[in-house]
Each structure stands twice: as C-alpha cells, then as structure tokens.
Design a protein around this ligand. Structure first.
Ligand SMILES: Cc1ncc(COP(=O)(O)O)c(C=O)c1O
Length: 421
C-alpha cells in the first residue's frame, strides 16, 4: 500500500470516482480551466491554521508573508486575526495595498535600506525588528528628520543549533541575522535603544531556523532567551517561525497547538513574564496547496532511470534544487492508486538540477498528457518562484465550498517584457 497518504493532501481532499477534489472542486477540471502549472490552495485549511495560531498564541501572532503572499492571502490572514510579518518593502507594499492595517505589521530584514525604513515609518508599521547597529543609526536619522518613533524588538541570535538544513539555520552565532547573545552585541543593542529617543523597545525576537520538527529546539531557545529577556522586563518575546511540516511519507510534524504548548511551557518553567509570540509561515500554508503539472515527456533509460518531464520546475518550486528537499507525486485522476514505479520528475528548465521529485513513486499507468500533482507545495514555492528561462509564473487558485477563485493570474508573454526599457 503506497498510495499517496491522505495526511499529505489538503484537509478538504476527497476522491470522487478516483479523482481528487479539493475544496469541493475537481482538480482535473481546474487544470483544464486554468492551465498548468497551477497552484491550488484549500482556502478553508489556511483559514483554520490561522485560527489555530491565534488561539494558540493570542492576538499579535503574525503570519510570515515570505512563505506565500498575494493580495488575497494578505486579506485572508488579516480577516482571520493574524498580524503579518514582512521582510522587504515589497512585502510591505503588498500588505498595505491589500488593506492590512499598518499597526498589525511586523517589519523584518537584516539590511533595511533608508527608503524602506522611511516607507515603513511613514506607514506606521506596528513593530520593527531591529537587526543591526547600522539600522539603529538609520532609524535615528529618519526620526531626527521628522518620522514618528517606532516600537521595536531586538533580533537576537541565541546560538541555538536547530536540527535542519545549514541554509535554514538562522539562530546560530555565525549568522548574518541579528545581534549575537554570546558576543554581547544583543545587550549593547538593548542599552543603545533604551537610551535612544528615536524608538521604543518592546521586546526581543529570535528565529532559530526553518523546517524545525523538534520542539526541543524551541524549548532550548526559550530557555536561553529567558536569561536575557527576564532581567530586561520587556512585554514581548517572539520566538519567530520555523515550525516544520511533513512533506513526504513517514514524516511527522508537531501541530501549531503542540508547538505553542511546548513553547509556553518552556517559558513558564524559565520564569518568562513577557508575552510569547510567534510568526509561523510554512505551518500555515505549506500543506494547503497542491501544484498541478502536465506530463510532457517520458524518457526511459534502460537499467538507469526514467525521467518524467512536466511543464514547470525550479521556477515554481526551487526548494529541491536549493535544499535537496523531498516531495511526493501522484496522479489526481486516480488519487488512491498504488504507486509501484519509481521515476525522476523533472522540470522544463535548462538545468540538470531542475528536479521536482528525485525519486518519485508513481502509478504504473502514468502517461504523457497526465495531470500530475505534488502536494505540500503551499510554502516557498510561489513566493520563491522566478522567471528563469522566461517562464511565465503560474496562476494561483483558492478553492472552497465547491468554488474556485483565481487569486493570481498566469503571467503572459507580454508580462515578460513589461519592464524592458
Ligand atoms: C524572522 C523570520 N520569521 C518567520 C519566518 C517563517 O518561517 P517558517 O515559514 O519556517 O515558519 C522566517 C523564515 O525564514 C524568518 O526568517
């Protein structure tokens, strides 16, 4: 029995006559109507994860926009009561343009430019997470020029090794992010900000890494941070995002509720009086989406391998080529089919590393023209996508209660030359 596990499919997934329906909508019909590649999001699942986050952490918990951001997503998150974490002026623009109230935005970034800081100060962003002494200088300069002093958190690198990919570790001392605890920079930043009239210190922030399965890593981070934050008597402690999700058969990840429970327990044990907040991205959206592709070619190399090429690739999901991330694949026309064959699913880019699933179990009747799906593609696919090889970026649909809403249209060839001078 190696059909695609239902636990990897969106919550609303159902099979009707063997075909995958998400949000009450036939995915094969979606592929026909909107074309492929296509991101299909179970809207109710995103909403329910947002509600779970709000109930687990309370008001102030933020969705990390970098995982997946569109105007519709910014609105949805806001409607469900989450704040929004942005990491660039572009994400800030999308959020503000979507109508997210500025006071519910948290602004991150290790190299916020003067224009970016000016934009966020002018908008009245609720929290700026200060990342460097240079940034403190810049905020002071802008406030001296008339901007209103912001509320800030200090981003700290606590020296915690989260068990994840090297490029996904952000809390270790050797990091481009934040102020080191061990070096004394974090303490120096607190002193400087407290002496400054250009900003008000409301908390400490740390993000130990991404795709972290082990709540122990978060417990350790809270324990380490407690020693720093408790004597400061600050109202907020954000432990960032980073909760992992299951991508392939056999993986298991804690729920947002379990994550919050263990973090709160660690905080209580360590005598933390600050409110503990978080900013999950992946855990809110990853599992809500499947990507639909069309199989274009099947190349068998006897005794070696079979390559199945689809009409997307590293431009809609760069994670396998960036981090060697694993995914599964299945055929939405027969969602519960056994998958006895092993193939490599590759994209259409001019790169041998353009791999979507390095070793995919697939049904033995997979054929050219099939719609093929990869589940758990809701985070860091669309948002990290590119126009490499002048690919037109895919459309995104939200499905719910039997209805599909196009939230991002597919790019056209004309879009590809729109910025050319
Ligand atoms: C500061 C910060 N917060 C939140 C997140 C979201 O992480 P995730 O999507 O893994 O929850 C990230 C991811 O890189 C981050 O850098």
């Amino acid at each position: 029995m190696n059909a695609i596990p239902r636990s990897l499919l969106p919550d609303s997934a159902e099979a009707h006559d063997g075909r995958l329906f998400v949000g009450g909508v036939d995915t094969i019909e979606l592929a026909a109507e909107y074309g492929t590649p296509l991101f299909v999001y179970d809207e109710e699942q995103i909403r329910s994860r947002c509600r779970e986050a709000v109930s687990a952490f309370g008001d102030g918990v933020a969705y990390a926009a970098k995982a997946f951001l569109t105007t519709a997503m910014a609105r949805l998150v806001s409607e469900e009561g989450m704040h929004l974490d942005v990491a660039t002026s572009g994400e800030l623009f999308v959020a503000l343009n979507a109508g997210v109230p500025a006071e519910r935005i948290v602004h991150h970034g290790n190299n916020k430019t003067v224009p970016e800081l000016a934009m966020t100060l002018e908008a009245g962003t609720g929290r700026i997470v200060v990342d460097s002494f240079d940034e403190i200088d810049r905020i002071e300069g802008l406030v001296a020029d008339g901007a209103a002093p912001p509320k800030v958190l200090v981003r700290v690198t606590p020296g915690i090794e989260a068990h994840t990919h090297e490029y996904l570790q952000t809390g270790i001392a050797d990091s481009k992010f934040g102020f080191g605890l061990a070096t004394g920079d974090a303490a120096a930043a607190v002193v400087r900000i407290r002496e400054s009239e250009a900003m008000g210190l409301v908390g400490i922030h740390a993000h130990i890494g991404s795709q972290v399965y082990d709540v122990e890593s978060f417990r350790k981070a809270v324990e380490t941070l407690a020693g720093f934050v408790n004597p400061l008597d600050l109202p907020e402690l954000s432990i960032g995002g980073g909760l992992g999700v299951a991508y392939v058969t056999g993986e298991e990840a804690p729920s947002i509720t379990e994550w919050a429970e263990s973090v709160h327990e660690a905080a209580a044990d360590a005598g933390v009086t600050a409110r503990v907040l978080a900013e999950p991205g992946r855990a809110i959206v990853a599992g809500a989406a499947v990507t639909l592709y069309t199989v274009g070619t099947v190349k068998e190399i006897p005794g070696l391998r079979t390559y199945v090429s689809v009409d997307g690739g590293m431009s809609d999901n760069p994670r396998p080529s960036l981090y060697g991330s694993g995914y599964e694949a299945f055929l939405p026309r027969s969602v519960d089919a056994e998958r006895p064959n092993h193939v490599r699913i590759v994209g259409s880019h001019c790169e041998s590393g353009d791999i979507i699933v390095a070793d995919a179990a697939v049904p033995d009747d997979l054929t050219v023209g099939d719609v093929l799906a990869t589940p758990v593609t809701g985070a860091y696919g669309h948002s990290m996508g590119s126009n490499y090889n002048m690919f037109r970026r895919p459309a995104v649909v939200f499905v719910r209660n039997g209805t599909a809403h196009l939230v991002v249209r597919r790019e056209t060839h004309e879009d590809l030359i729109r910025r050319d001078a």
